[in-house]
Structures are given as structure tokens and as C-alpha cells.
Design a protein around this ligand. Structure first.
Ligand SMILES: Cc1ncc(COP(=O)(O)O)c(C=O)c1O
Length: 391
């Protein structure tokens, strides 16, 4: 390996959302944080170099993005996902959740229903509820240890009038990489009932070996026409603090509305550092990402075998993508508060508590595996020892 993902970087006292809030959020500063989805790894060296070059300029005035930045994005998606994105389909946005929220506001009516497939990334609920829309839940079906879509119930929601769907692809939590056929079946329903799709594909580059991510909008022109895709380099290359993302919409009406709203809120200016960082990541980050995925797969294998040996009451869902491990802790017989007590008070670890992803996540925890193996090892030891102690 060229990159050392085993290196432990001390992130405390860096104003890290993940590392510097344990006391405030969980009651003890020594709690190990394996919750919010950022990585404890350095970004690819080319990213740091690009930012340093920009820092050296010293004048941090209003900034525009550039053609090479757009080319870096389009060639990455061609190279890695066989998707031909035209530069005119793209618009930058400060963050994916910002884009999701704008899309909900723009493409659904006040009080209208918006479909989500639960359990799902919790801001999906916020952007629907806080925009005065209603969550229409299509709970995923747990089949042979992995999640599948419930097409009958989905059709029922569409028949009932839901006109917008938030797709999480790959899915967080649970790590499903939706297969081409699954997406096509979903797409057929959306086309039949006039449903617009917001496809959040932030985890697309974190697809693990043996699986292929299909961008929903790449499957056909008809599907592209009803879809706005939200994308970012931030999850892939660990740049979320830089706060940058982009949308892809080939349908000019969807895009025009989105661009107009972004302008209205004055969110359309380029970030001073982001385009250079993203361009460097996409142009020079392939090797780093390939090695990262090998390391993450190693962490997945490690966690699965550790849990089966030391805490077999917990069932682990093997992710097909993402660095997030979704574990079914119902065998520990703890309610939501009991699981929090176990993590924060007894084990001194912070995983994400499952019910925030929807009531279907009750009894589950989500572990962020994007950390050096030694940290993962210690967190799993703490957790399984505490859990075994009270069994
Ligand atoms: C599915 C999904 N969408 C969006 C985000 C966050 O995107 P952003 O930081 O650009 O708002 C995350 C972060 O974990 C995520 O898992």
C-alpha cells in the first residue's frame, strides 16, 4: 500500500464535529466517536497540495469555478461510472442536504407527500418535514440479511398521490448498492405515476469490490428526464468540511428551477478553495480511493469476524458500499435508551443510534468504519465487553 491508513491522526482539538463533541453530545470527553460519516484519514496528498497553492495566493476574493474543474468531474464519472455528464447539466451547491431541501421545496407542493425508503439517512426526514411536506414511508424489506425495495407498497404511495421520491443510492444505512434491475423497476413506477426522483448518490464512489453502482439518471433518457442527482467529492475523499457538492439534471426545467432558487438564496458563488480541492481529488485521487476501498473492506471483514466471535447476539449487515456498518442489536434486549446507556456510559463509544434513521432502525446501531483498524479494534472491544458484561 502506498497510503498508510493505519496511521492514527489525533483529531482532538481541531474543532472536529466528530472528535470534539463527545462531552457535549454524549456526556464524556473520552468517548470514542465512530458516528458521523467523516473519515479519520488524510485526504489524498494532491488535495492538500492544491489547497496549499490556493492558500499561498493570500487574497481570498470572490471566486469563480473553472472549465478544468468541470472536466475533472465529467471525466471521473465517465471513467469510474460510465456516465456521460454534460457540463451544462451541472450546478454547484454548498452541500447535498442543501440541494435535497431545495429540491423538496421546488418539486413538491406544500403539504404534499414525499417518498423515502426507511431506514434512511436522517436529514431526508428533516428536509421533508421542515419544508412543510409529509413523509411517505416505504420501509425497506429485510430479506436474507439485506434490504430490498417494497414495490407494491411503493406503487400504493404513488397511486395515493406522492409525486416526489428521495432515493438514497447506494443506501445509507445498510449499504445496499441497488442493482440495475431494481433501479429500472423503481424507474418504471416513477415514469408510470409521474414521480420526480431526487437521487442522492454521494456514496457512489464507495462501492465495495464485487458490486457496481448504476447512476439512476444514466439508465435511460426517460429516467434522466425525471431525475435530479446530488453528488459530491466530499464523502469519497474526506472533504466534508469544505462544504461543496453539485447537482446533475439533464432536464432543463428541473435545472432552471434549481439554479433560480440557488441564485435567490445567493448560494451560487464558488467557494474559494473547493473547486481546486475537488479538481485535484478527481484528477489525481484514483489510486488513493482504490487503496482506501481495500482498507475499508478489511475493516468490514475485521468487524464482522470480531462480532461473530465475541458478540454473536448482534447480527451484522455486510455493506455493499459505504464505510458504514449497520448492526442489529435487538438480540441484546435493550431499548433505545438502553443502547445509548450501553454505548455512552458502559462502553464509552459513540456509534449512531438506529432509530434516528426511522422507526425501522430501532434496535440497530451504525458504526463508522473509516478509521485506522486499531481504533476500530478498541471500539469493538469496548462495546462487546460492556455488552457481554450485562448479558
Ligand atoms: C446519503 C447522504 N447524503 C448526504 C450526506 C451529506 O452531504 P452534505 O454534507 O453535502 O450535505 C451524507 C453524509 O453522510 C449522506 O450519507
Amino acid at each position: 500500500m502506498k497510503y498508510d491508513f493505519d496511521a492514527v491522526i489525533n483529531r482532538r482539538n481541531t474543532r472536529s464535529y466528530k472528535w470534539d463533541q463527545s462531552e457535549k453530545l454524549f456526556g464524556d470527553k473520552d468517548i470514542m466517536p465512530l458516528w458521523v460519516a467523516d473519515m479519520d484519514f488524510e485526504s489524498p496528498p494532491a488535495v492538500k497540495e492544491a489547497i496549499l497553492r490556493r492558500v499561498e495566493e493570500g487574497v481570498y476574493g470572490y471566486s469563480v469555478s473553472s472549465e478544468p474543474y468541470k472536466e475533472a468531474i465529467t471525466s471521473w464519472f465517465k471513467r469510474r461510472h460510465d456516465w456521460n455528464i454534460q457540463p451544462e447539466w451541472m450546478t454547484d451547491s454548498p452541500g447535498i442536504v442543501t440541494s435535497l431541501s431545495l429540491a423538496v421545496e421546488l418539486y413538491s407542493e406544500p403539504g404534499g407527500e414525499v417518498i423515502v425508503q426507511s431506514p434512511v439517512y436522517y436529514p431526508f426526514y428533516d428536509v421533508i418535514n421542515m419544508n412543510g411536506r409529509k413523509v411517505a414511508k416505504n420501509p425497506l424489506i429485510l430479506q436474507n440479511g439485506r434490504y430490498e425495495m417494497d414495490y407494491d407498497q411503493l406503487e400504493g404511495l404513488m397511486k395515493g398521490g406522492a409525486k416526489l421520491l428521495l432515493l438514497c443510492s447506494p443506501h445509507n444505512p445498510g449499504g445496499r448498492v441497488w442493482e440495475r434491475e431494481e433501479l429500472l423497476k423503481l424507474g418504471e413506477l416513477c415514469l408510470a405515476y409521474g414521480v420526480t426522483v431526487i437521487s442522492d448518490e454521494i456514496h457512489c464512489d464507495l462501492t465495495l469490490s464485487g458490486h457496481t453502482h448504476y447512476p439512476f439518471a444514466s439508465l435511460s433518457e426517460e429516467l434522466a428526464n425525471i431525475t435530479l442527482t446530488t453528488l459530491a467529492a466530499t464523502k469519497t475523499f474526506n472533504l466534508p468540511g469544505i462544504q461543496t457538492s453539485f447537482i446533475v439534471a439533464s432536464n432543463p426545467d428541473l435545472k432552471r428551477k434549481f439554479d433560480m432558487r440557488l441564485k435567490t438564496l445567493s448560494l451560487h458563488m464558488a467557494h474559494y478553495f473547493a473547486p481546486d480541492a475537488v479538481q485535484a481529488a478527481y484528477n489525481e485521487g484514483d489510486e488513493w480511493l482504490d487503496e482506501l476501498l481495500v482498507y475499508i473492506s478489511g475493516n468490514v471483514d475485521y468487524a464482522i469476524s470480531y462480532m461473530s466471535e465475541h458478540l454473536p447476539q448482534v447480527k451484522v449487515m455486510r455493506p455493499e458500499a459505504t464505510y458504514l456498518l449497520w448492526i442489529d442489536c435487538r438480540g441484546l434486549n435493550r431499548d433505545i435508551n438502553g443502547l445509548k446507556q450501553l454505548m455512552f456510559k458502559e462502553a464509552k463509544v459513540a456509534f449512531s443510534e438506529g432509530s434516528v434513521f426511522g422507526s425501522e432502525g430501532e434496535g440497530y446501531l451504525r458504526i463508522n468504519l473509516a478509521c485506522p483498524r486499531s481504533i476500530l479494534q478498541e471500539a469493538l472491544e469496548r462495546f462487546s465487553e460492556a455488552a457481554n458484561h450485562s448479558l
